[in-house]
Design a protein around this ligand. Structure first.
Ligand code: BG6
Length: 250
């Protein structure tokens, strides 16, 4: 479905409640979606904002990154630049304007505690990945998934991307800013209810193994994911609700 407001336009698929576009008027797209994405049932759209739930990453015998991103969600509301979709105990709310607001709510409607991981796995469009830097993750511990899941600590320098990057930052609530000199812009990502941030770019070799990504598209994208994963997984008491929000602005 398309959402059009005086300030921006966006697009959301009911498969995965997957937002694939948010473009403030007069701007280049802020959200990257692959030109080779398949858009077929059962396969996650490549790009946009996949909703990762209830686990992050691989799980034996189960779909990578959980089932939410390939499930068909129900549209609950669509009005004046906002949308709300649901999938059993999940609700996803989007507001489209000069800022992009997203909220993922999980309600534990069972009688037992519920433990889960989650991510709004946002793909940002950038002019040239080689020139990009990300601030907000300085002096933070992370798991380096591109280096055997070794535990490391970022120093006081911004994150730069010069190779395959798959970094899971833990215990961080900070806003991140993607500085993109090639397109002369900064993307600010503010969040609440999230203790993890994942930074991902597949770079050259991994891209070649991904049939739904053009071999050159890694140059123009960067995932900065608002998440609760690994030791930041959430445990919700019976009847309790958790909300994770992201606010993206230029
Ligand atoms: C990232 C993970 O969040 O998603 C990576 O940290 C993974 O390890 C990437 O490769 C993309 O996953 P997928 O399943 O969408 O190809």
């Amino acid at each position: 479905m398309q959402i059009s407001t005086p300030d921006a336009e966006a697009e959301i698929y009911t498969q995965g409640a997957h937002l694939t576009r948010w473009t403030p008027r007069g701007q280049r797209p802020v959200i990257f979606t692959s030109s080779r994405s398949l858009f077929v049932p059962g396969k996650a759209i490549r790009g946009g904002v996949p909703i990762i739930y209830p686990w992050f990453g691989p799980r034996e015998g189960q779909p990578m990154h959980g089932f939410a991103r390939t499930s068909e969600w129900k549209v609950e509301n669509l009005a004046a630049g906002t949308a709300e979709l649901s999938l059993s105990q999940l609700r996803f709310r989007v507001s489209v304007g000069l800022t992009l607001g997203m909220e993922l709510e999980v309600h534990n409607d069972s009688n037992e505690p519920l433990t889960f991981e989650e991510a709004l796995h946002t793909y940002f469009a950038v002019g040239d990945i080689h020139q990009v830097s990300v601030t907000g993750l300085e002096n933070t511990a992370y798991i380096d998934k591109a280096d055997g899941c070794r535990e490391k600590r970022r120093d006081s320098a911004p994150v730069r991307i010069a190779k395959e990057t798959d970094e899971v930052y833990l215990n961080t609530r900070a806003a991140c800013v993607i500085d993109d000199p090639a397109w002369s812009r900064r993307i600010t990502i503010e969040k609440t209810g999230s203790e993890s941030t994942v930074v991902w770019n597949p770079w050259i070799e991994k891209s070649k193994t991904m049939s739904d990504l053009d071999p050159e598209e890694w140059r123009g994208m960067l995932c900065v994911e608002t998440a609760n994963v690994a030791s930041n997984a959430i445990t919700l008491a019976a009847g309790a609700t958790h909300k994770m929000t992201v606010r993206v602005s230029l």
